[in-house]
Design a protein around this ligand. Structure first.
Ligand code: ZN
Length: 402
């Protein structure tokens, strides 16, 4: 495994040989996470890896107290960092941290707003200015902003901001192809399956839309061209805002693994930190019609990935060793909230996924329902409707008292 990683690094560094000498490296990135309606345990690890793979950043992750826990003491000094990535939506930060954040951006700090981080802090005016647009805001915060016939529309009609249709692949189209983050990338590329955020609203001050996507009606979208990549200038600070990269439960993260998401994320982070982009466009990139998984993604946490794939593909008669290992991991980490959250995500995802075999689902219903909580009820009930699993699903429901 080590040899494989070294080989990949060598290969990767060869592709860097044509970078200019002015390219900065050794910058510091901070990823703030710990509360989210998403799988922040996985996304934050992926974002760290993605940033470090750019060979520009060393990245740290800071994890907040859990939802509802005491936030006093969650003090962050942002000043040592070149870029701060927010993968956080949840309880309010303590006042010191809020003030430190605003001061950091005003003084020229770089920020990346990632996906549902634009759901956070609707009642914090400075945060709304920093992100430009977000979810859960009404007309008091600012207009809906979208693109119609090539023009940016500021729509002041009343209502809440934020929606998305069904997840699907969609084309990302450049609106400012000359911006450093976009320059050299194809002007239209197919993004892997993701939520297409729509009806975002906010102050949108000093905001530039770099790219948009058409939220098609047949996928439950608005029928509009919705902004997906943006920049905001706040004080001396630069903000890159990407709505892409949804990370849901368990194992499968097409949006987060998309080479287009990752490339724009790496370039956006560099731009936020320095105001320039020195990273060359990658050789492998999605085309207008074909999305592309980033080649390096499989190196992240590959042990657990391969374990889950073995469980997913299990059929009666094959070795069930993967489930035994998974059980052991659970027993070893029963007091570790983060690990247990991750394991729950994996189980729920395998139960829901069309890719998992029926035998995999039966084992999960029989052997892992002892650890289930209310978040499993709907999944179990759906499985119970399927004659193939009805007995196992009923057993699992009985285990949690439903
Ligand atoms: Zn999402």
């Amino acid at each position: 495994m080590k040899i494989k990683i070294i080989a990949i690094l060598v290969l990767f560094s060869l592709t860097l040989s044509n970078f200019s000498c002015s390219r900065r490296s050794g910058m510091k990135a901070l990823i703030v996470t710990g509360q989210s309606n998403h799988n922040w345990q996985r996304s934050s690890i992926a974002l760290k890896y993605i940033l470090e793979k750019s060979e520009m950043f060393a990245a740290e992750i800071t994890v907040s107290p859990a939802t509802g826990e005491d936030m006093t003491g969650f003090d962050i000094d942002f000043s040592p960092y070149d870029v701060v990535v927010l993968d956080y939506t949840g309880d309010n930060w303590p006042e010191t941290t809020r003030n430190n954040f605003v001061t950091y951006v005003q003084n020229g700090g770089g920020v990346v707003i990632y996906h549902s981080a634009n759901n956070a802090f609707p009642d914090w005016p400075e945060y709304n200015d920093i992100i430009g647009l977000g979810w859960g805001r009404d007309e008091k915060t600012g207009p809906y902003v979208y693109i119609n016939n090539g023009e940016v529309v500021h729509d002041n009609s009343p209502g809440m901001g934020g929606s998305h249709g069904q997840q699907h692949e969609f084309a990302v189209e450049a609106y400012k192809p000359s911006h450093p983050i976009m320059k050299g990338l194809p002007e239209k590329w197919m993004h892997a399956q993701d939520e297409l955020y729509a009806e975002l609203r906010g102050p949108a001050n000093n905001m530039e839309i770099l790219a948009y996507a058409h939220a098609e009606l047949r996928s439950g979208g608005t029928g509009r061209n919705e902004p997906v990549l943006m920049t905001v200038n706040y004080g001396k600070g630069r903000v890159f805002h990407t709505v892409l990269g949804h990370a849901g439960g368990g194992m499968f993260f097409p949006a987060l693994e998309c080479a287009g998401f990752i490339t724009t994320f790496q370039r956006g982070a560099e731009w936020a930190a320095t105001g320039k982009v020195t990273q060359e466009p990658p050789a492998a990139f999605p085309t207008e019609t074909q999305s592309l998984r980033w080649a390096f993604f499989e190196d992240i946490d590959s042990e657990i990935t391969s374990l889950v794939i073995k469980m997913r593909d299990y059929e009666t008669g094959k070795s069930n060793e993967s489930f035994n290992i998974f059980e052991k991991l659970i027993a070893e980490n029963i007091d570790n909230r983060e690990k247990m959250d991750e394991f729950h995500h994996i189980i729920r995802d395998l139960l829901k996924s069309r890719k998992s075999t029926a035998d995999c689902k039966k084992i999960l219903l029989n052997r892992f329902s002892w650890m289930a909580d209310d978040s499993y009820v709907l999944i179990y009930e759906q499985l119970r409707q399927n004659r193939e699993f009805s007995a196992e699903a009923q057993y699992a429901l009985d285990m949690i008292g439903n």
